[in-house]
Ligand binder design. Structure first.
Ligand code: GDP
Ligand code: MG
Length: 447
């Protein structure tokens, strides 16, 4: 059954405000993925959000493995972060992202929670945390291709990727990451950035060998260390993916979860209440969820070593769709192309922001009139500084000079347009010029 089907159900819940917003949707007739730009803008381009650095926590992996179910517990924690008893009433149904009983195939796509959660980092900075649910299937050849697009986009935009797997970490699960690790290595080359991706959290559901390796983080670390070991017997591709994974991700962890109990998987009318979930599973939720969402683990999304803001994230989605519209399967080279564009766009925004901040302090609304020559000098100086900052921050752009130049030109044009506005604003403050109009001259003579 659907634990949550629409906005009304959610809004009636006291402390939980918000609803899942589908942002990447697969067209039923053409199978083509479409980005709902308006829906995405409604989440990311709001005052108080668009200028914030972001942490995108995404849960990815095959279909019907309890991803959305887990996300709803993350949501519960986000809504009751300050409460010791964040899991709440044990008889309340679980709401939030849609999760399903039964085996019906669901469509592929991406959803985000309508309300980003503001979390204060140790430094005092507030960042916007975006919870992202992905719907992949990986069950047939065609759905495999569709799921790859979803998975690629998820990899590129998330800063905490929860890779949800059943029973164990298999060779296939690692090989699904190969495209991204080879992209990551290419992207990192020649850029003085340390890691292409931030945090990867393997999450093994229904771990079957607790007597050999215990549930939780420690057991997970053991399993992870073992599977990531490189041995001479392995196929070279299997060796590469292991080596590159460590190089591309700043942080890799693993958590082993127990089975949630038979009511969860067998009862058609199970509604997610804690009473029906195995207590051992609930105990592990109490450890896993606050850990995943601890401020120190909610790492900022970075691109080429630069933290990005919510409005950059919005542009990332759009750029991704542009780059991949004619691409059959994401390849490392297309991902590098995407990275160059996305990085250039983000560096352009940062350069523009720097210019506006500088000009505002010089000639903003409350500043006195400046002589034209002085204005021009300041503008030229700030424009050059903005371009220098653009080039300095645009680490992934360096891979593609054509892209760097295109966006640099755009930055310069946008700055010139902004300058014209500053000129107009400045002119309006010119009392001498205003005094030269006949009406003002007349009134000046009269008094
Ligand atoms: P998703 O497709 O990965 O998002 O899966 P859902 O969250 O919709 O859950 C699919 C089914 O798996 C539901 O019936 C859940 O009750 C059940 N489920 C949730 N968590 C677990 C788990 O840890 N293990 C198992 N075996 N089933 C789970
Ligand atoms: Mg789901």
């Amino acid at each position: 059954m659907d634990a949550c089907t629409d906005k009304q159900i959610i809004s009636s819940e006291d402390r939980m405000s918000g609803y899942p917003v589908p942002i990447l949707i697969q067209n039923e007739d053409t199978s083509v993925f479409e980005l709902d730009e308006e829906a995405l803008a409604s989440v990311l381009l709001n005052t108080g959000i668009e200028d914030k650095h972001v942490c995108v926590l995404a849960v990815a992996g095959a279909f019907r493995k309890g991803k959305s179910f887990l996300l709803d517990f993350l949501l519960r924690y986000c809504c009751n972060r300050d409460s010791e008893d964040w899991l709440g009433d044990s008889s309340s149904p679980l709401r939030g992202f849609k999760w399903r009983q039964g085996s019906k195939r669901e469509t592929t796509g991406i959803l985000v929670w309508s309300k980003p959660f503001m979390v204060k980092k140790k430094s005092g900075e507030e960042i916007a945390v975006i919870l992202m649910d992905t719907q992949g299937t990986f069950d047939t050849q065609s759905s495999m291709k569709d799921s790859t697009v979803v998975f690629a986009l998820t990899m590129m935009v998330s800063s905490v990727l929860v890779y949800n797997l059943m029973n164990n970490i298999q060779e296939d699960d690692l090989m699904n990451l190969q495209t991204f690790t080879s992209y990551g290595i290419q992207a990192q080359e020649d850029c003085d950035t340390s890691h292409a991706f931030q945090r990867l959290q393997f999450l093994v559901r229904d771990w079957g060998f607790p007597y050999e390796t215990p549930y939780g983080h420690k057991g997970g670390q053991g399993v992870l260390d073992e599977i990531l070991q490189i041995t001479p017997k392995q196929h070279p591709a299997h060796q590469d993916v292991r080596r590159d994974l460590r190089k591309c991700f700043r942080d890799i962890n693993c958590y082993l979860m127990p089975h949630p109990g038979f009511k969860v998987i067998q009862h058609a009318n199970f509604d997610g209440k804690l009473d029906d979930i195995d207590p051992e599973f609930v105990e592990h939720l109490r450890v896993l969820v606050p850990h995943l969402l601890a401020p120190e683990n909610l790492v900022k999304k970075e691109f080429g070593g630069q933290p990005i803001k919510a409005r950059d994230l919005y542009n990332f989605f759009k750029t991704f769709m542009e780059v991949f519209k004619d691409v059959d399967l994401p390849e490392p080279t297309t991902l590098v192309e995407f990275a160059a564009r996305a990085s250039s766009q983000a560096a352009l925004e940062a350069g523009k922001e720097q210019y506006v901040n500088a000009m505002d302090t010089l000639v903003g609304g409350d500043r006195p009139f400046l002589k034209t020559t002085q204005m021009e000098t300041e503008h030229e100086k700030e424009k050059q500084r903005a371009v220098a900052s653009y080039l300095e921050k645009n680490k992934y752009g360096r891979k593609n000079q054509r892209v760097v130049e295109k966006y640099q030109l755009q930055l310069e044009e946008e700055i010139d347009k902004l300058y014209n506005k500053y000129v107009e604003q400045n002119e309006a403050k010119n009392v001498f010029k205003a005094a030269r109009t006949p009406a003002t001259l007349f009134s000046a003579l009269m008094f």
